[in-house]
Design a protein around this ligand. Structure first.
Ligand SMILES: Nc1ncnc2c1ncn2[C@@H]1O[C@H](COP(=O)(O)OP(=O)(O)OP(=O)(O)O)[C@@H](O)[C@H]1O
Ligand SMILES: [Mg+2]
Length: 256
């Protein structure tokens, strides 16, 4: 617990009255409205909801890629809602690990170089320490045998495990994953899901966006979103049918 934290039991991350409006040409999109969310250390939270409901927008704000248009965001006792781009980048690089649907590895860097990348922006890490840390996280994700390969020489599931290693290498406060299994077949999706569960069991704080209800149910807690708002599960079911929205993949299979 660092000295800045107001209370030992305070959530790692707290959003209150948070909103996001996008302005494109003449159009205003209210992508998020009045979001309240707490995530505690060691939590595993799944965010689910139909396409366009604001899941990725929320994750981008949680991960300090984007600022909110209004409201409060406190990360580990620090107000991060009002930082400029530089301030956000600094904290993001220190505290946040990202996993994306499309893996986002750099094609002409080896596995080892891709995983090392986040650490190269940090001060005070020597070559040996960096190498040791990279090897360590590649072992955690079961990719210690592919350090010199290039992303194009790996399967999708292997690429995503490397992306998980890259997200972990800086020892982030929270791991954010946007549809981490979305580009994978069932078997590889399951392997990545098991890896996330294993990380959760060893204390990692995780927040995962997924359309897949079966995967969402494996988190500790499910946050349902509709039209830029967080809703409870009952409202989610009711409103979804009222609005005649298509069932997300995974739910369709479970429907009677
Ligand atoms: N950069 C942007 N500029 C303008 N509008 C945006 C931008 N990013 C997102 N939006 C809009 O905000 C809304 C929420 O988008 P978002 O990407 O968060 O949805 P999502 O829940 O992640 O959807 P999906 O499941 O399809 O990934 C959408 O209406 C989208 O068009
Ligand atoms: Mg999205």
């Amino acid at each position: 617990m660092n000295a800045e934290s107001p209370r030992a039991d305070a959530p790692l991350l707290q959003l209150r009255g948070l909103g996001k409006v996008f302005h494109t040409d003449e159009i205003e999109t209210h992508a998020l409205s009045d979001i309240a969310l707490d995530i505690r250390r060691g939590d595993f939270v799944a965010i689910t909801g139909p396409s366009g409901c604001g899941k990725s927008t929320l994750l981008s704000i949680l991960g300090l890629l984007d600022p909110p248009s209004g409201g409060d965001y406190v990360l580990d006792g620090q107000d991060v809602a009002h930082l400029d781009a530089r301030g956000r980048a600094r904290i993001r690089n220190d505290r946040i690990g990202f996993i994306f649907q499309a893996f986002n590895l750099i094609a002409d860097l080896t596995v080892e170089e891709n995983v090392a990348l986040p650490l190269t922006y940090r001060d005070g890490i020597g070559r040996d320490e960096l190498r040791r840390r990279v090897r360590e996280v590649l072992e955690v994700v079961g990719m210690g045998h592919r350090t010199r390969h290039y992303p194009g020489q790996l399967s999708g599931g292997q690429q995503q495990r490397v992306a998980v290693a890259r997200a972990l290498v800086g020892d982030p406060a929270i791991l954010l994953a946007d549809e981490p299994t979305g580009n994978l077949d069932t078997r590889n999706g399951e392997a990545v899901m098991q890896l996330l569960e294993q990380l959760h069991e060893t204390g990692t704080t995780l927040c995962m966006v997924t359309h897949d209800v079966a995967f969402a149910r494996r988190a500790q807690r499910i946050v349902h979103m509709l039209d830029g708002r967080i809703v409870d599960e009952d409202s989610f079911e009711r409103l979804r049918f009222e609005q005649d929205m298509p069932l997300p993949a995974g739910l369709a299979e479970l429907a009677p």
